[in-house]
Design a protein around this ligand. Structure first.
Ligand SMILES: [Ca+2]
Length: 506
């Protein structure tokens, strides 16, 4: 007898699913991850930016309100790929873990990745059949290399040296494509679409991992996309935050019992800016919005291809971000306006604060503005359209979820290393509309940022500051530090974090 590829869970599919609606084959899987995307940037999470394809995915699927990443590019990727905390697998080398591609390929999957990898060993050595993209952390969107194309200025860059690109198993230090219309977001989609076409007649299911570089800096976008937004942000970040918060409540994605966080201390009031400063700030946010708009268009082109080859109905699609909006300002070309190849600009803390509405803080912190992400799950016939869940999930759960839906096995051992057990657990019960047993505890650490969450209690800290304690059930935006009222709880949770920190790297 053939199985649905769901293991025992297939016996408990929701009532609205009719047997005839499902193929008997294992589902295809598409995992899309945005880079440095704020919690409220996309339409279905309260944003004003045009994200029609992601909004349609949400309308046909499920949105999570409490889904977490690791608050930073590279750790998030290590955790996402392996189902273990990145501290346990080795942050860049994944030496104590296996990737979901390594686990799904033996289960019969064609494994493809197009986009930002940001780990040390190339994907083609870690379970992926095919790869195209940025193996590094960030790059110029128009020209990821160092050399100028004929008739063009030199590409704006953050660092002097070259960034690592890769095509299949070959690393390329300083990739300058000849095509003057090259733009990373479009190129990643083009490669994915070409592979879907190439393998369209295969009977095996596919795993397509699409980690974007958008909207991570530098601010680069097509002029026609920028023009859709230019001038629209002259009302400023204070009004934008209020508008997004209001929309989040209207669309049922945020409970009005929680206050919006106040403007971040690093951000001046919009009214204090001169007209010229307002105009420059408007352009930055217009380019940022254009990058997200373009990412959504590219995702839409991939979706159209999946439909064209007749595989849409049997495909699980997930969308999330690797960390919250980014306050960094690596503006190496401060006198060149954002947009074109020669520029290298960022939105800075001002707009990133608005991106993370209604939460506090940013990427690289473990406040909700740093580590809470939009998360959309879409799967025709399994996930109820238009649903929403407040159940807590974490990117560490993605690997076990893939294993369960693909009927894949976690290996008992790996060569040349110690394989640690999975720390995540499958999201499938939540997808099926059931209550999943919560994680007993979740941990975070990156650089100076630390946090631990158990139940609705979250203990969080940055640098040398004291631990802060929040009751997220009553205070989702982390405005009321209860540490002094619950010293025993602080001590206990801090001890849990210390124990985890000591043990996770063994
Ligand atoms: Ca990132």
């Amino acid at each position: 007898m053939k199985t649905l590829g769901l293991g025992a869970a297939s016996l408990a599919l929701p009532g609205f699913l009719k047997a005839a609606d499902r193929s008997e084959s294992k589902p295809n899987i598409i995992l899309i991850m945005a880079d440095d995307l704020g919690y409220s940037d996309i339409g279905c999470y309260g944003g004003e930016i045009r994200t029609l394809n992601l909004d349609a995915l949400a309308a046909g699927g499920m949105r999570f309100t409490q889904f977490y990443n690791c608050a930073k590019c590279s750790p998030t990727r290590a955790t996402l790929l392996t189902g273990q905390y990145d501290q346990a697998v080795g942050q860049k080398n994944l030496e104590h873990g296996v990737t979901f591609a390594e686990v799904l390929r033996p289960a019969g999957y064609r494994t493809i990745i197009s986009g930002k990898w940001h780990q040390q060993p190339l994907p083609t050595t870690r379970g992926f059949d095919r790869y195209y993209g940025l193996a590094d952390g960030c790059c110029n969107y128009w020209n990821p290399g160092i050399e100028a194309r004929p008739g063009e200025p030199k590409p704006g860059r953050k660092i002097a040296g070259p960034r690592r690109w890769a095509i299949e198993g070959e690393s390329i230090m300083g990739y300058t494509p000849e095509d003057k219309n090259f733009y990373t977001t479009d190129a990643f989609a083009d490669y994915a679409i070409a592979r879907l076409e190439e393998y369209k007649n295969e009977t095996k299911p596919f795993l397509l991992y699409l980690p974007q570089t958008a909207p991570h800096y530098p601010l680069h976008a097509w002029p026609e996309d920028i023009s859709r937004y230019r001038g629209k942000y002259k009302t400023g970040w204070d009004i934008l935050r209020r508008q997004r918060y209001k929309r989040q409540i209207e669309i049922g994605m945020f409970d009005p019992k929680y206050e919006m966080s106040p403007r971040d201390e690093r951000v001046p009031s919009w009214d204090s800016l001169s007209e010229s400063e307002k105009d420059q700030a408007d352009l930055k946010m217009a380019v940022y919005a254009a990058m997200i708009d373009r990412m959504d268009q590219a995702i839409g082109r991939v979706f159209a291809k999946v439909k064209e080859i007749g595989k849409w109905e049997n495909t699980l699609i997930l969308f999330l971000a690797d960390n919250g909006g980014c306050p960094e300002t690596p503006d190496t070309t401060p006198n060149i306006p954002p947009g074109p190849v020669e520029s290298y600009r960022s939105v800075g803390p001002e707009w990133a604060n608005a991106s993370n509405t209604p939460y506090r803080k940013y990427k690289s912190t473990d406040y909700e503005g740093g580590n809470c992400t939009p998360f959309i799950a879409y799967w025709p016939g399994v996930i109820k359209p238009g649903s929403k869940t407040d159940q807590v999930g974490h990117i560490i759960d993605i690997m076990p979820t893939f294993m369960e839906v693909a009927g894949a096995e976690y290996p008992g051992r790996i060569e040349n290393g110690k394989l640690k057990p999975l720390a995540g657990k499958s999201l499938l019960p939540i997808f099926q509309g059931k209550q999943r047993k919560q994680h007993d505890v979740l941990y975070w650490q990156f650089g100076k940022a630390k946090a631990v969450r158990t139940g609705d209690w979250k203990l969080v800290k940055y640098g040398d500051a004291d631990w802060e304690l929040y009751d997220l059930d009553k205070d989702r935006t982390e405005l009321n530090n209860l540490a002094s009222q619950h010293p025993q709880k602080v001590k206990k949770m801090a001890g849990m974090w210390e124990d985890w920190w000591k043990n996770c790297r063994k």
